[in-house]
Design a protein around this ligand. Sequence first.
Ligand code: CP3
Length: 345
Amino acid sequence: MNSILMDVLRGKTTSRPPVWMMRQAGRVLPRYRALRESHTFHELMHDPDLCAQVTLMPVEDLGVDAAILFSDILVIPVAMGASLEWSDHGPVFTNPLAQYDAPSKLIHPDPSRLEYIYHAIDRIIAQRNPDTPLIGFCGAPLTVLCYLLQGVSSKHDFPQAVKFFYSHPQETRRLIDQVVELTIEYALQQVAHGVNAFQIFESHAGLLPEEMYRELFLPAVARIGKALKEKNVPVIFFPKGIGYNLKYITPDMCDFISVDWQTDIVEARRQTDPNIGLQGNMDPRIFYAPKEVIRAKLESYIPFFAAHPNWIFNLGHGVLADTPVEQLKWTVEWIKNTNWNHDKI
Ligand code: CP3
């Protein structure tokens, strides 16, 4: 595969950073919005043709260097038996598990409920340009458990889930094991069906005290990362809000860390193991600013890339639904057309 993203993930030095954006599939693209008029999110995920179309759309319409599977991290709670409905405003859990004393007994993992996703991956692999890498993904155990235990939390602080971690430590460990086991099977199936790289989304790493995250949840991420690395698939870990725990992420868990917009990228580089590459971390809200502001931010990454070429351009969290698409296209073009080595000449 002739792919700048795969080259950087494999440790090669390239003339520019690769570019893709979290939440690039769906939400902002006009062609996606048009499809959403006649199909629900659930339909778009479940129909292999539609799923392949939406997955490849950002490569065609934005010019990014990779596709990410169009699906959701919440497919794992669903495959564990959680009652989840997709409303027009997002997911709705009708029976959150934090109200029970032993939720692990209510969970019935059924891997066959994930099979439709593998059919979609087959379709994407058949339809893509062979040089376009496909990124598979899953949620990390803490983030998945937040939804499983509490459902959606309006302020993203998941008080019921955190209360459960403190009040039911044994059950918490059982639930983590259940999520990890199904997630590893799911991740390895994605690999067997042809994904080229894999991202683990921990959107709520900042929810817990650093010590608790490090002791309880980071080892669970490591189990997933190691299983993928054994298959020689590059792993990117996005631990949003992880703070000083960056220091405790080791190269056996992942190859790259996707840095959130809260953290200065130079500081993240200082704290992270030198054998781990970085991805990120432009604030997705910067697209509301005029082009000069965006350009100045992009230019600030040039000396960073010159010093640390193991870097993938991305955002510090997902693209927001009301982002002007023109700004995204312009940013991708800027990254592809800029001379990133002029400091070295
Ligand atoms: O482009 C991509 O990144 C690929 C597809 C993808 C989706 N969700 C599709 C989606 C990915 C990687 C995700 C990950 C995801 N899902 C996360 C982790 C990353 C992050 O953004 O923090 C989380 C926490 C979820 C859970 C989730 N999915 C919520 C809370 C919601 C509703 C609110 C929202 O953000 O829209 C979703 C819905 C969702 N997932 C949509 C899409 C395209 C919107 C569906 C629609 O109405 O069209």
